[in-house]
Design a protein around this ligand. Structure first.
Ligand SMILES: Cc1cc2nc3c(=O)[nH]c(=O)nc-3n(C[C@H](O)[C@H](O)[C@H](O)COP(=O)(O)OP(=O)(O)OC[C@H]3O[C@@H](n4cnc5c(N)ncnc54)[C@H](O)[C@@H]3O)c2cc1C
Length: 426
């Protein structure tokens, strides 16, 4: 049986594992921390703007299990907030165990507290990965979905220091790239001023620390917009944000709060004493990162060169997805690239033609576009998401943004890809 080893259990790793298992492989996920989902443990927003189209495409292609799980675990759906429409918010507190069960139902083996620290390679082929306890894990094909966030040294060098985020580097050890260990030369995303990395664009507040009135409003409406007093507006921080879909003037002039189980505060960081001057936030405290008054995680520190099939350049049996693939933002973006990587990992072992998602579909156009853009420095300073900024504008301009399910399914069918991810290839 083909053995696919996925390093990194964020949304992209979960999707890669799922696609490989559905295609008939034996799959092992190795995750550094004690939980799956990575940065997805603190996100929650999906189906907003063009993410709706991408999610429905994945469903029509037979790879919708993770979106179905998110849909089943929403706190709010059909929400509009500045620049975003028809958004759903999954509950970040209960999403992870649900995803774990989905993967286990497909027979996927999940090992947490299993940090990959090295590879065994012969010529251009990886034969095994090595864990921090010295254990050697052999495989036929490998998928690097270790993300690009942190570790602490990078947050110190390119951000405001470790803000103690959900990635918990001091506890579980720093992120480590499988590609880098296989001698693949990685590259970094940049901020608008050309410096490296970008700071994550939201924090979480403890819900109980908000006033009863604000909590009630959030529970009812899902999102609340609080004007920021003029003396506290710091629009200069927008260019540093990882989430360029929220780098809009409205996000500097207001605090946008979203109910994802915690209260998601749509800004990279906000000094606690200033925050507490706003009505309803007098007793606010940060839940993630704990140092949300000072900083946040820094991302895009290790992106792998790869082709549109998500095969990493220079190594025969290595694929990548999620933020490892490009300067992308989002759970949806991580999942759709993960599905391609997982499916192609199995095709690789079977010597089959790789799956290339065509540009008539949002997923295919997105992958190709991001790759084309990242060739230039200017392109590395942008972030790509179905939900806003340059790529959503492109989706609208070329007619790829569609929210009619039947129409999306029809497009997938015309591309000959209906249920492609649910076909066993072995
Ligand atoms: C604070 C914050 C809020 C966000 N909010 C949203 C949102 O609301 N909606 C949205 O769509 N997107 C959101 N995003 C962006 C989104 O979470 C990411 O772009 C996407 O989920 C990245 O997924 P990934 O799998 O590529 O990487 P990651 O989520 O970074 O996952 C990588 C995983 O690999 C593991 N790992 C690293 N090194 C190793 C190793 N050597 N061995 C084993 N495991 C390893 C890590 O522990 C981690 O679990 C948010 C991001 C942040 C930081």
């Amino acid at each position: 049986m083909i053995k696919v080893v996925v390093a990194g259990g964020g949304w992209s790793g979960c999707a890669a594992a799922l696609a490989a298992a559905k295609a008939g492989a034996q799959v092992l996920v190795l995750e550094r921390t004690d939980m799956l989902l990575g940065t997805g443990l603190v996100g929650g927003i999906f189906r907003n703007n063009g993410r709706y189209t991408a999610a429905e495409e994945a469903i029509a292609m037979g790879g919708g299990d993770l979106f179905v799980a998110m849909d089943a675990n929403v706190r709010h759906k059909g929400i509009s907030f500045p620049g975003h429409h028809h958004a759903s918010f999954y509950d970040v507190c209960s999403m992870e165990p649900l995803v774990k069960r989905v993967l286990q139902n497909y027979g996927i083996d999940i090992r947490t507290q299993a940090r990959v620290v090295d590879v065994q390679k012969y010529a251009k082929t990886i034969q095994a990965v090595i864990l921090d306890n010295g254990e050697v894990i052999p495989g036929d094909v490998f998928v690097d979905t270790t993300g690009t966030a942190g570790p602490m040294g990078n947050c110190l060098k390119y951000g405001n220091g470790c803000a103690m985020c959900i990635l918990r580097c001091p506890t579980f050890g720093p992120r480590l790239s499988l590609c880098a260990k296989a001698q693949v030369k990685e590259f970094m995303g940049q901020k608008t001023d050309g410096s490296f990395g970008a700071m994550s664009g939201s924090c979480k507040l403890n819900k109980e620390s908000l006033s009863l009135e604000l909590r009630g409003k959030l529970a009812k409406e899902g999102a609340v917009v609080l004007p920021v007093p003029p003396n506290l507006i710091k629009s200069g921080t927008l260019g540093k944000k990882a989430c360029s879909q929220y780098a809009l003037p409205e996000y500097a002039a207001n605090l946008v709060l979203i109910d994802t189980g915690h209260v998601k505060l749509m800004t990279s960081y906000f000094p606690l004493n200033d925050l507490r001057t706003l009505p309803g936030l007098e007793n606010a405290r940060y839940e993630d990162p704990y140092g949300g008054g000072v900083g946040n995680s820094v991302r895009y520190m290790g992106i792998a060169p790869c082709n549109n099939n998500l095969k990493v350049d220079g190594v025969d049996n290595l694929f990548c997805a999620g933020e490892k693939f490009g300067v992308l933002v989002g759970h949806t973006e991580a999942i759709v690239t993960g599905l391609v990587a997982g499916n192609n990992a199995v095709r690789h072992s079977l010597d089959m033609q790789y799956l290339t998602v065509p540009r008539v579909l949002a997923t295919g156009d997105y992958i190709s576009f991001v790759k084309e853009q990242m060739i230039s420095e200017a392109g590395l300073r942008l972030r790509y998401t179905f939900s806003g900024s340059v790529y959503f504008e492109r989706m609208k301009a070329i007619g790829l943004y569609v929210i009619d399910r039947a129409e999306i399914a029809d497009r997938v069918e015309k591309a000959g890809l209906t249920d492609i991810y649910s076909r066993c290839l072995v």
